[in-house]
Design a protein around this ligand. Structure first.
Ligand code: ADP
Length: 496
């Protein structure tokens, strides 16, 4: 994950590395220029010293050059050689054709380097009296002084010195740079990573707090207000103001739904009682009876809708009271199965009860009954004549699973994610007019009940093949500790 923290650290490391590099190059370039300047002065001074020694000798009429050995040719007079030997570094004295004197440093070079130095020295002219020459293991800066007459056949005095000290690679500074730079970058990166982590920790906390509030029922909560007036404090304050506005409009909406549903309940009850009374009062035309029956059906449907709306509005407001007590699941399922069998009988379906494991759940018996009934009524409602509905209750580790399988119309795969949404129905137009008329709130309520018990509800279905709704609920603490020793309860006779 490319978090802000790692991006900030990477950017910082790159910026630091880049700055260090640019700074080192600038520093080194300036230093190199000054070292070269000093070197030039030094080598020039050496050449001047050599030249001065020879000129003085010439002026004192001392023979400058002697030929002791006809094979070796002319060379500097011995006394002069001894004086020039005091000069450190490389020093070469030549006539117009060959060397008359080589200093100890030159003589210590290998023959190839001596030849290279000599040919470079012979190329120097009064116009280009300074140049560099590259030897096998070194690079030298040469400066020449030219003799015009006093020192006999001597033509040039060339002094040279190594420029290695002006080179970066291989220099002491380069070694220090290579050693220290990665260390500085590493320490700085660790520091940057720690500081970025610290700076961003409050953001992480805000993310955690906000995601805990996203659920509509936690809108009463607020983010802790950071002290000061920095960006994070302002962010928390802005988010808190936004949550407060959201809470206001949410609770207004919920209150409206709850109040409206509540207000509608009484007139609907009165209306239903009136219609029933009108139906039973005296003889009536068939048309009148049909109209009254339709009105009764619609009123009942509306009353169910209002009841469901009220339940959900209360749940949203956190006023859905659950009276938790140990509830034996097997008797509850048998009770629901009985109702299912009556419904199934009317619809011409076979309702069976499969495995039935004893388990106790800490929950609200009435709500759980409503949840199970919702599922079996749906199963019967959406299964055609001759179909089957199977109920089962099985233990799965710490959970107990109540499943309702039917061989009904099923639900298309694309619709499955919406099944538990409020007011969702697979075929709105058809279910509104048919005997399957529902309002699409039953499963939303069922899901709420399952969640309120710390459980879940899932669906598996194939269009035209049938559906399986499974409710998974945590079994009571002491039972789950006693490990799963499923105890079967005899299933009742299944009826067709
Ligand atoms: P309704 O009152 O419409 O039954 P529900 O919330 O109980 O509302 O169900 C929502 C929709 O889910 C139903 O309209 C139906 O399309 C689909 N549904 C629910 N149970 C089943 C089932 N057992 N088989 C097929 N479809 C189902």
């Amino acid at each position: 994950m490319a978090s802000i923290r790692s991006r900030v650290t990477t950017a910082y490391a790159l910026a630091l590395g880049g700055t260090m590099l640019v700074f080192s190059v600038a520093l080194w370039t300036a230093r190199r220029a000054s070292v070269l300047r000093d070197l030039q002065v030094r080598v020039s001074t050496l050449a001047d010293i050599g030249h001065l020694v020879l000129t003085q000798a010439g002026m004192q009429n001392t023979p400058v050059v002697v030929t002791n050995d006809s094979l070796r040719g002319p060379e500097l007079q011995r006394g002069l050689r001894a004086r020039l030997d005091a000069v450190p570094e490389y020093l070469v004295v030549t006539d117009s054709l060959r060397a008359l004197y080589l200093s100890a440093a030159v003589r210590a070079l290998n023959p190839d380097d001596i030849a290279a130095l000599m040919s470079a020295a012979m190329l120097l002219t009064p116009d280009t009296s300074a140049a560099t020459v590259t030897l096998s293991s070194d690079k030298l800066l040469m400066v020449a002084r030219f003799e015009t007459g006093e020192a006999g056949p001597v033509r040039r005095v060339v002094a040279a010195s190594s420029v290695a000290s002006a080179e970066f690679f291989g220099s002491e500074q380069f070694g220090v740079f290579v050693l220290i730079a990665p260390l500085i970058v590493l320490v700085s990166v660790i520091l940057a990573y720690t500081i970025a982590g610290r700076a961003l920790r409050p953001v992480d906390e805000i993310i955690g707090d906000v995601s805990a509030i996203t659920d509509g029922r936690s809108l009463h909560r607020r983010l802790p207000q950071a002290a000061g007036d920095d960006e994070l404090a302002r962010l928390s304050a802005t988010l808190n103001a936004m949550i407060a506005r959201l809470e206001q409009s949410f609770s207004g909406l919920r209150r409206f739904t709850a109040d409206a549903s509540h207000e509608l309940k009484t007139p609907l009850t009165v209306l239903r009682a009136d219609i029933e009374r009108a139906m039973s009062a005296g003889p009536r035309s068939t048309e009148g009876l049909v109209a009254l029956e339709e009105a009764l059906q619609e009123t009942t449907r509306m009353a169910d809708l209002v009841e469901s709306l009220l339940t959900l509005a209360r749940a949203d407001e956190g006023r859905f009271d659950l009276h938790r007590e140990p509830v034996e699941m097997a008797p509850l399922v048998l009770d629901v199965a009985e109702t299912a069998q009556i419904l199934g009988e009317e619809a011409g379906q076979k309702v069976t009860v499969g495995p039935l494991t004893a388990a106790t759940v800490m929950g609200d018996a009435r709500s759980l009954r409503q949840l199970f009934l919702n599922l079996v009524t749906n199963a019967v409602k959406y299964t055609s004549r001759g179909g089957r509905v199977d109920l089962s209750l099985e233990r799965r580790g710490e959970m107990v699973e109540f499943a309702v399988r039917d061989t009904g119309v099923g639900i298309a795969g694309a619709d499955l994610p919406y099944v538990f949404d409020r007011f969702w129905r697979a075929d709105r137009a058809r279910s509104r007019s048919s005997d399957r008329a529902g309002v699409g709130l039953g499963l939303a309520i069922s899901q709420y009940i399952a969640h309120a018990h710390g459980g879940s509800i899932t669906v598996a279905s194939r269009l035209g093949r049938g559906s399986t709704f499974t409710v998974s609920l945590p079994v009571r603490g002491d039972e789950s500790a006693a490990a799963a020793r499923p105890e079967s309860v005899p299933a009742p006779e299944s009826k067709a």
